[in-house]
Design a binder for this molecule. Structure first.
Ligand code: KIV
Length: 257
């Protein structure tokens, strides 16, 4: 609860940094710089090459989250509930409790607004902290990625969904691929923070998939800025190892028993 209060207190004061992690080693680094570490079901496409996040299972999410938990000292840890694990309110509660019990995470994230409001309300009533996710919903996508908030209906639906989620008690909302003017309007109309991904600087915070921003996962999604080309360094290290093995330079005495 203390960690959630800290996130809430950042609204209109300082930007919130949220990043994904799928394993302990990455989580250790991310934890130093982020406010929120998200075990996103994006791991389905990033690690398992699934064509959609719908294939991600509860077991996969729990196993990766257990690893991530070991790397976190201070950040709020949020775990995505995978597709079909919250189709009804009872199923949502059963699975959210399982995720929290087994991974010791601080909160769960569910995709959607009005359509899943019964589930969200029930989780919060049962003291499960929930992060919302509106705009582009990867678990619902059939076809290509498109921005949201392009016409009056979409704008009204987004704003109403955001207000409804806030009323029911979510502590923050991810806005994915929401048009700049619309994310601004939503952010200004909410007391809780918005965390943008492809939704402009107007949001209260930003989230990205860590593997994308360090260039480990190769992607050409519009909102991804490559802050590092980690593949170059990986390639260099592996190439040096191979070269030293082949030229019999490694292992020397120092590296042998
Ligand atoms: O699955 C994920 O990693 C996410 C973020 C990119 C918002 O939901």
């Amino acid at each position: 609860m203390k960690k959630i209060k800290k996130i809430l207190s950042k609204k209109n004061r300082s930007k919130i940094v949220c990043l994904t992690a799928y394993s302990k080693n990455v989580a250790e680094i991310v934890d130093k710089h982020a406010d929120i570490v998200l075990v996103g079901d994006s791991l389905g496409s990033v690690l398992y090459n699934y064509s959609t996040t719908r294939r991600v299972t509860l077991t996969e999410m729990i196993n990766h989250s257990k690893s991530v938990r070991m790397g976190i000292k201070k950040s709020l840890m949020v775990v995505d509930m995978p597709y079909k694990t919250y189709s009804t309110k009872n199923l949502a509660l059963k699975n959210a409790r399982k995720i929290i019990k087994e991974t010791k995470c601080d909160a769960v994230k569910l995709e959607g607004g009005k359509k899943i409001i019964k589930q969200i309300t029930y989780l919060i009533k049962n003291k499960i902290p929930v992060m919302g996710h509106l705009g582009l919903l990867p678990q619902s996508i059939k076809g290509s990625f498109k921005s949201k908030g392009k016409n009056i209906k979409e704008i009204n639906d987004l704003l109403n969904d955001a207000l409804l989620l806030q009323k029911k008690g979510v502590f923050a909302i991810v806005l994915e691929c929401v048009k700049t003017a619309v994310s601004k309007k939503i952010t200004q109309n909410l007391k809780i923070p918005t965390i943008g991904i492809g939704s402009s600087i107007n949001c209260d915070g930003q989230v990205l998939v860590t593997d994308d921003l360090i260039g480990l996962n190769e992607t050409n999604i519009k909102f991804v800025k490559k802050f590092l080309n980690i593949r170059k360094f990986l390639n260099l290290g592996v190439k040096r190892f191979a070269s030293e093995v082949r030229s019999k330079k490694y292992p020397t005495k120092k590296y042998s028993y």
